[in-house]
Design a protein around this ligand. Structure first.
Ligand code: 5GP
Ligand code: MG
Ligand code: MG
Length: 184
């Protein structure tokens, strides 16, 4: 399935299912090497990171636990508000744990830098970030991304967990929306 199967809503496929799968294989191999002998607390940021969590975690052989946080930083539009609110906190006490945050995308990095500060104050043993996608603006923020799947252009993308107004999260590929969908 790709953008061509989606009628006129999707402008193009940016990353196919196969490209995503191959890159996740590589990222998982790297993470397994880096965490040898440790246990990971994989923290997924809802809702966008559900696919990354599911597909990355299944490729890891490092022992791990999973936990979830929900934060809100975007409204229903395509621009970051810069305001971060915890909608659901972790169930786990992260003190002394090796946190690996799994993210779908880093754009302005505002959400993530806030999250890193928040989780660091809980004194984990370590804290690293794995993101499937990163946009150019992320370079302006002072967050160190240990594992990045793809650096993508500054376009609004959907699919593989990423939504526009709640839709398209279930697409197995990542694509760009046709301008008419968001009123462009
Ligand atoms: P940031 O705070 O780094 O600007 O973005 C945080 C969140 O905004 C991401 O986790 C994601 O939910 C959303 N976001 C940023 N860029 C995009 C995009 O291109 N498409 C979609 N669907 N969401 C995005
Ligand atoms: Mg996210
Ligand atoms: Mg969203």
């Amino acid at each position: 399935m790709d953008a061509a199967d989606m009628g006129t809503d999707l402008a193009k496929t940016l990353l196919s299912e196969e490209e995503i799968a191959r890159r996740l294989d590589e990222m998982a191999a790297e993470i397994d090497r880096d965490y040898a002998g440790e246990e990971i607390l994989l923290v997924g940021v809802l809702n966008g990171a559900v696919m990354v969590m599911a597909d990355l975690s299944r490729r890891l052989s490092t022992p791990l636990r999973m936990d979830w946080m929900a934060v809100s930083s975007y409204g229903s539009g395509t621009k970051s508000s810069g305001v971060v609110r915890i909608l659901k906190d972790l169930n786990t006490d992260v003190h002394g744990k090796h946190i690996l945050i799994a993210e779908d995308i880093i754009d302005s990095g505002l959400t993530l830098s806030w999250l890193v500060r928040n989780l660091s104050s809980r004194e984990p043993a370590s804290l690293k970030i794995a993101t499937l996608l990163r946009k150019p603006d992320a370079a302006k923020v002072d967050v160190d991304v240990a594992y990045c799947g793809f650096d993508i252009p500054n376009e609004f993308v959907v699919g593989y967990g990423l939504d526009y107004d709640g839709r398209y999260r279930n697409l197995p590929f990542i694509g760009t929306l046709a301008p008419h969908v968001y009123g462009g």
